[in-house]
Design a protein around this ligand. Structure first.
Ligand code: NAD
Length: 265
């Protein structure tokens, strides 16, 4: 059975859990050969085994390999991309999904947290793009999907640096799309609203009554719920596939209409 990404080689960052795991699984089920990277080695390997089991029973022909890699480490990123090129000879799709966040008002941001957030969310994306672009240029084709957030344009008062990195990713993505469009390379960003992941559950857990807080957040959404990881993965599949052949330099908002509303009375 030919999937929408049959035979494509992809790198997805942050695949140990959450949205990255869902994207890796969806890509493999669409026939892609995915290298997933994460700093969480044990969880990354476990998730990888589950993906391999899923594709075996689906019989769709994709494959998954896990590489332990810190996206903010230049040498590790270079080694990871070189290994994928040595194994597959090409890289068709790159998804920059790994990110961290930490709650703090702007007056309380430490330099240490600033660097951790910026280095993971923005530098990690910049390093992976830099390393895969020459291969994509040689191929004359490639699709890059960068994970931004609705926080890029609708602020969370407790996530000033995280929001800044997500806004920066949109600007960076547009620059890549315009510079490399002539080489057959597309670059787009996804801006999810709240998604049901570890990152978000930790955010809910930091409040006095996590269940009540989560219910409040869900009520804020006009669709009255937050997204599943699969709902974001399906957008990544679309952007990575030829279905999106004329989509480049765009940010796709996937947010249950929360940023479409001014207020609810
Ligand atoms: N969950 C949400 O509500 C939400 C909303 C909007 C955007 N996003 C974005 O979606 C992406 C995925 O979020 P998630 O909720 O699945 O997060 P998550 O914390 O559940 O997963 C992120 C993964 O990235 C990995 N990671 C972190 N730092 C890394 C590093 N330096 N090198 C390699 N891997 C690293 C983590 O180990 C983890 O496996 C992020 O870019 C996030 O900003 C999430």
């Amino acid at each position: 059975m030919d999937g929408r990404l049959a035979g494509r080689t992809a790198i997805v960052t942050g695949t140990a859990r959450g949205i990255g795991a869902a994207i890796a699984r969806a890509f493999v089920l669409e026939g892609a050969h995915v290298t997933g990277v994460d700093v969480l080695e044990e969880a990354g390997l476990e998730t990888g085994e589950a993906i391999v089991a899923a594709v075996r029973s689906a019989g769709t022909g994709g494959s998954f390999a896990f590489v332990s890699c810190d996206v903010s480490d230049e040498a590790q990123v270079r080694r990871t991309v070189a290994a994928v090129l040595a194994a597959h000879g090409r890289i068709d799709v790159l998804v920059n999904n790994a990110a961290v966040q930490k709650e703090a008002l702007a007056a309380d941001v430490t330099v240490e947290d600033f660097h951790r957030i910026v280095d993971t969310n923005l530098l990690g994306c910049v390093l992976f793009c830099r390393e895969v672009l020459p291969a994509m240029v040689r191929q004359g084709t490639g699709a890059i999907v960068n994970m931004s957030s609705v926080n890029a344009f609708s602020a969370d008062p407790l996530l000033p640096v995280y929001g800044a990195t997500k806004a920066a990713i949109i600007g960076y993505t547009k620059s890549v799309a315009t510079a490399y469009g002539p080489h057959g390379i597309r670059a787009n960003a996804i801006c999810p609203g709240d998604v049901d992941t570890e990152l978000n559950r930790a955010f809910f857990a930091a409040h006095d009554d996590p269940a009540a807080f989560r219910a409040r957040v869900e009520h804020e959404y006009p669709v009255r719920r937050i997204a599943s990881t699969d709902e974001i993965a399906r957008i990544a599949v679309f952007l990575a596939s030829d279905d999106a052949s004329f989509v480049s330099g765009s940010e796709i908002v996937v947010d249950g209409a929360i940023t479409a509303r001014i207020y609810e009375l």
